[in-house]
Design a protein around this ligand. Structure first.
Ligand code: NAD
Length: 486
């Protein structure tokens, strides 16, 4: 591995001004795999100044053809180092090889997804003529789209490359300049982008900056509060999202938030039980560290015994321990703190009356790594903590419902509204229920929304705005109406 350990500020790969670094720890071996620059306020200030200057004083925001050329260079560079990137992502996230390939969002797919932006950019309608108006002064009007300005992209650790690219690529394509602040646990998925931009593209100095820090609150608050920053594009927990929204309000910044979820997988009474229950294994995907994973399983009460038997069989298929195995869905959690948090939720579930059908602790057979056993909690009611709060671990909460109306009510009885799934014997029935669920995405009878042209985001406390698809590009644009007297 040859990870990039430096910050990328104003076109230069640099150590932190203080010279400080912090360790990057493998969730699999619990050992230090390398160091990364630990930025402080002085570094963040330089990055913001550079991004502001690059936006105000270069033609980056207006030269569409040049941006396309630069982003094509970046895409080509990413393809060249895909294997190296995969190795680094696995080292810092604990993701398995399986989730880094074509069946996952960790490495291969996010790089492929860049093609969508590169293909749509040349066709984008930057200006449209909406004709004349007679109101007050006879005028001809143009509606023009312009870059928002300097964008702070703040990202989490669970799928770092996917989210770094899903934010930075459309922001840069729109003509914005960017300061990327990744999560402390996954710095290399961001710093490597800085190296590629520096060495393989003509992107001008200051247009793209990467600032890593072990103390996100310090440089994060600075970034969000700075009046030179026009927009914050954030993915992370709802708690930090609320803090960011409140802080950004002081300077009335545009805020785009992708937050947590507690999605429901609704199995209607006539659904194929085998197919629908197999989909529950997704709760172990990347050890449950996915915002859109369906962590509440809603089943008809009359079929509860049958469901429990099948879940025991299916969860028995889950094997974990070696992230290099090509069939493994599940690696460890990202760090010791997350493991303690997940184990704490399981204990809370038991204390509130849930029954542990499977798992429930740290696996005895693995001495190293922040693993939690695949865990199924049954007899859960929707008012329990394990049904209301995001656990972010391999834990499924099974809730029985009385009838279809009850299932819809339970699914929608959540502070979150990110995703979900519905299964029924007919597409028509499943679709009718899907349309009544208050979430930003929903899968029907085993469908899957994840693709570069499909907008993704949340209702309610799961967020504001959409990532990917045309909506994900337009987040980074302002709209200007020009009226010309005729
Ligand atoms: P987190 O909220 O703890 O951190 C997210 C980012 O915010 C990190 O870069 C962190 O360093 C930064 N941060 C923390 N305090 C800050 C502050 N005061 N100012 C500015 N930035 C600050 O989230 P996490 O633990 O890294 O990630 C897990 C969470 O992310 C889960 O809740 C998950 O649901 C959510 N998530 C959501 C989506 C989505 O698209 N909706 C996708 C992935 C993850």
């Amino acid at each position: 591995m040859n990870p990039e350990t430096r910050l990328f500020i104003d076109g230069e790969l640099v150590p932190a001004a203080s010279g400080k670094t912090y360790p990057n720890i493998s969730p699999v071996t619990e050992e230090v795999v390398g160091e990364t620059a630990d930025a402080g306020p002085e570094d963040m200030d330089r990055a913001i100044a550079a991004a502001r200057r690059a936006f105000d004083e270069t033609d980056w925001s207006t030269n569409h053809a040049f941006r396309l050329q630069c982003l094509t260079q970046l895409r080509d560079a990413l393809r060249e180092v895909e294997d190296e990137f995969r190795e680094q992502i696995m080292a810092e996230t604990g993701a398995t090889l399986f989730t880094c390939g074509e069946m996952g969002p960790q490495c291969e797919n996010p790089i492929r997804f860049m093609d969508y932006t590169l293909e749509t950019l040349p066709q984008f309608e930057w200006s449209r003529d909406i004709g004349e108006t007679q109101y007050m002064v006879k005028s001809r009007r143009l509606v023009e789209k312009e870059a928002v300005g300097v964008v702070a992209c703040i990202t989490p650790w669970n799928v770092p490359l996917q989210i770094n690219l899903a934010k930075c690529v459309p922001a840069l394509a729109a003509g914005c300049t960017v300061i990327l602040k990744p999560a402390p646990d996954t710095p290399w998925s961001a710093t490597m982008l800085g190296r590629l931009v520096k060495e393989k593209t003509d992107i001008p100095a200051g247009v793209f900056n990467v600032v890593t820090s072990e103390n996100p609150a310090e440089v994060g608050d600075q970034l969000v509060g700075d009046p030179r920053v026009d927009m914050v594009s954030f993915t992370g927990s709802t708690a930090v999202g609320k803090h960011i929204m409140a802080r950004a309000a002081q300077t009335v910044k545009k805020v785009f938030l992708e937050l947590g979820g507690k999605s429901a997988n609704i199995i209607l009474d006539d659904a194929d039980l085998d197919g629908s229950l197999l989909s529950c294994l997704a709760v172990c995907y990347h050890a449950g560290q996915g915002c859109a994973i369906q962590t509440r399983l809603l089943i008809p009460r009359a079929r509860q015994a049958e469901v429990e038997d099948k879940l025991k069989t299916f969860f028995g298929f889950i094997d974990y321990g070696d992230p290099m195995s090509e069939s493994q869905l599940m690696g460890p959690l990202v760090n010791a703190k997350q493991r303690e948090r997940v184990l704490g939720y399981i204990e809370k579930g038991k204390a509130e009356g849930a029954r542990v059908l499977l798992g429930g602790g740290a696996p005895a057979h693995l001495e190293k790594g922040y693993y939690v056993e695949p865990t199924v909690l049954v007899d859960v009611t929707n008012d329990m903590t394990v049904a209301r709060e995001e656990i972010f671990g391999p834990v499924l909460s099974v809730i029985a419902y009385e009838d279809e109306e009850d299932a819809i009510r339970i699914a929608n009885d959540s502070d979150y509204g990110l995703s979900g799934a519905v299964w029924a014997a007919s597409e028509e029935r499943a679709l009718a229920v899907a349309r009544r669920i208050r979430t930003g995405t929903i899968n029907v009878n085993g469908g899957n929304f994840y693709a570069p042209d499909a907008p993704f985001g949340g209702y309610k406390q799961s967020g504001v705005g959409r990532e990917m698809g045309p909506e994900g590009f337009e987040e980074y644009l302002e709209t200007k109406t020009i009226a010309i007297a005729v």
